[in-house]
Design a protein around this ligand. Structure first.
Ligand code: PLP
Length: 383
């Protein structure tokens, strides 16, 4: 497909939000949205706002939109439309799906999570463990925050029902070997349950090729509105008894969806098609390398020190400046960055960082100039 957007200036021109300060390095908490997404949401509310299934124009347009959103999600995830479900956000979907999965589980069943997980892929299992007497085990990472596959393998056994892991870590940026992990899970008769929220803006999510049984993500992390999106492999979903109302067709979408946000989601995927993953990945890799090469003295990077096996999300700390102070001073100088654990509770324990780290989240709409300004400001803060 011929791409419409082939350089960062053309990309940025699509976002009114990027025509002003601050410099957005807060993408892992949610990206800015292109104007086309905002317009699609407004257009739906103006021209087609209705509930589904009525014999009148706005309702028929809503039916069409909901079908289109499912087809678009299926295309985005390389799945079938009946394998995708929208929800409020990833966390809400994950609590609901984990409960449906575990209805028949017994005391002593086990779930394996990882130290790289966001709590949205840990606490649903901990709460189930509380209710049902399950055991939740944590696979470790090595000193560069890569998943220790031998350790993970040693935790997976006869009672393992789910191996839950992130496609990429929202804390230190590590990418995991998704297909290999899915094989490890399947070899033990367990489900592979993948949190793709952080990977979403950085690369294509091919649910079928990944071998995963469940993949959850959040369109607001990849240029869309505040929504969650899940893939559940058909054969797996058919084996669960979902929590649903009897008249509803959907197994996992409870109640009326935010139709206007589905319109925004479709526009976000169209935007991504205009850019293409090739540009996104090449540009992000260049910016990530620039950040790594230029990180000033005194700042410690936690995680993989190259761009291989990671996305450009960097957790850094400074010996003399607390992370809250650093984020606040950056905020005063016009940079949006996060600090703390960003709900990645376990990795911060593993790294011995009770206050967490400063997170620099680079996405494809950032520029080399922005990275240079940030590096210069980090150097200045350290003086
Ligand atoms: C890796 C990861 N998983 C899960 C979540 C939770 O997503 P949501 O806000 O859609 O519940 C986040 C949010 O930051 C995340 O980064």
């Amino acid at each position: 497909m011929a791409r419409l957007l082939t350089n960062v200036d053309a990309v940025r021109a699509r976002f009114t939000a990027l025509q002003r300060d601050p410099v957005f390095f807060d993408g892992p908490g949610g990206t800015q949205v292109p104007d086309s997404v905002i317009e699609a949401i407004g257009d739906y509310l103006r021209d087609a706002n209705a509930n589904l299934g009525g014999p009148f124009e706005t309702s028929q347009r809503s039916d069409e939109l909901v079908a289109l959103a499912h087809e678009t999600a299926a295309g985005f995830l390389n799945a079938n439309p009946d394998e995708v479900a929208f929800g409020q956000n990833m966390t809400t979907l994950n609590f609901a799906l984990s409960r449906a999965a575990a209805r028949e589980w017994r005391e002593g069943d086990e779930v394996v999570c990882t130290e790289l997980d966001h709590d949205g892929n840990v606490s649903p299992w901990l709460e189930l463990a509380h209710d049902k007497g399950l055991a939740v085990r944590l696979a470790r990472v090595d000193d560069e925050c890569r998943l220790d596959l031998d350790h993970l393998r040693s935790l997976v056994g006869r009672r393992t029902r789910v191996v839950a892991f992130p496609w990429a870590a929202n804390s230190v940026g590590t990418i995991t070997p998704v297909a290999e992990l899915a094989e490890i899970a399947h070899a033990a008769g367990a489900l592979a349950w993948v949190d793709a929220v952080h990977y979403g803006p950085h690369g294509p999510i091919d649910a079928q090729a990944s071998g995963a049984d469940v993949v959850v993500c959040s369109p607001y992390k990849f240029y869309g509105p505040h929504l969650g999106l899940a893939y559940v492999r058909r054969e797996v979903a058919e084996g669960w008894r979902p929590y649903k109302v009897r008249p509803a067709d959907s197994r996992f979408e409870t109640g009326t969806l935010a139709h206007e946000l589905l319109a925004g989601f479709v526009a976000a995927v169209e935007y991504l098609d205009d850019v293409g993953w090739d540009f996104i990945q090449e540009h992000e890799r260049g910016l990530g390398q620039r950040f790594l090469d230029g990180l000033p003295d005194g700042w410690a990077l936690h995680g993989i020190p190259s761009m291989d096996g990671r996305v450009p999300t960097f957790a850094v700390t400074h010996g003399r400046i607390g992370v809250e102070e650093a984020a606040t001073r950056l905020g005063e100088r016009g940079f949006a960055v996060w600090h703390g654990d960003y709900y990645a509770v376990e990795i911060m324990k593993r790294l011995g960082l009770p206050d967490g780290a400063l997170r620099i989240g680079i996405v494809h709409y950032n520029t080399a100039g922005e990275v240079d300004r940030l590096l210069a400001t980090l150097a200045e803060l350290a003086c």
